[in-house]
Design a protein around this ligand. Structure first.
Ligand code: SF4
Length: 270
């Protein structure tokens, strides 16, 4: 029996976003996009891990959601089947990425997320499974569970949203629950046995970007630093988030390069 129904669909950069309703009438978001990279095209299916989110990042659209509920493993899997059934011909020759970052934080729904990833790894053995977290403080076990899956053959890409090199500023940005410090994230990243762990930085005006702090906690051989920009929404406008000016972003990038970090820049979709 299907648990999700389509409420509406919208055009987004590179593809389509689907607002779905759960059986108890909560709204979630799934997305189907095509990323054109030098290595070829990749189809990215983005899924939600909850309706709403209790991390409460000040720049996030989920602040407008009054309810929060973690999704079940079935609801996670059904989002992928929904998107694939909706558009079975969408560049079927492309590589596949299933990305758990559309809405909610996977670390807060670890049991259901790990169970769904286990199924994805069996059903889509060639897919990259992207697990992106803002790193709320959680009980032990989630990252160990991910490592076990990775060790058993799943292709997991672990990502942390950092956005500043100050723990105090991270706590301010995501103020509703305690967050892991950069030192704690560094322990997970440096131990991770798999492809490089991505550290995601939207470089905000007025926040700290001190490469010496990163050097203290992150081995350059274990991480990839992704430089990102703001996706504007009502919350970024209300709280007056701005991208830094280009010269400051370049200074951060040059310091990272000098320190030996591998970098990636988020591209705009074609
Ligand atoms: S963790 Fe992700 S979904 Fe949750 S509030 Fe922060 S940005 Fe939004």
């Amino acid at each position: 029996m299907k648990r999700l129904s389509l409420e509406s669909q919208i055009s987004i950069k590179g593809g389509t976003g689907y607002f779905l309703r759960t059986a108890d009438n909560l709204r979630i978001l799934s997305a189907d996009t095509l990323l054109c990279e030098t290595s070829g095209a990749t189809r990215k299916i983005g899924i939600s891990v909850s309706s709403g989110c209790r991390v409460g990042c000040r720049y996030c659209f989920t602040n407008k959601y009054s309810c929060y509920r973690q999704l079940s493993q079935r609801e996670l899997c059904e989002q992928v089947s929904f998107v694939l059934e909706r558009n079975p011909t969408f560049e079927s020759s492309s590589a596949l990425k299933v990305s758990l970052k559309q809405m909610g934080d996977p670390a807060l729904n670890s049991r259901q997320v790990l169970a769904a990833l286990r199924l994805f790894a069996g059903d889509y053995p060639d897919a990259m499974l992207v697990v992106s977290t803002s790193a709320p403080k959680i009980e032990a076990g989630f990252f160990e569970g991910l490592q076990k899956l990775q060790d058993s053959g799943a292709n997991i890409r672990l990502q942390f949203s950092c956005h500043t090199t100050s723990d105090a500023e991270r706590g301010f940005l995501s103020h509703k629950i305690p967050m892991m410090s950069l030192a704690e994230i560094g322990v997970v990243a440096n131990r991770w046995n798999g492809q490089r762990v991505t550290l995601n930085f939207v470089v905000f005006e007025g926040y700290s970007y001190d490469v010496e702090v990163l050097e203290k906690h992150f081995n350059p051989d274990k991480v990839l630093i992704k430089i990102n920009y703001i996706d504007r929404n009502t919350q970024t406008e209300k709280n007056e988030f701005r991208d830094v000016v280009a010269s400051q972003k370049h200074a951060f990038v040059e310091s990272l390069q000098r320190a030996g970090y591998k970098l990636a820049h988020r591209k705009l979709f074609a």
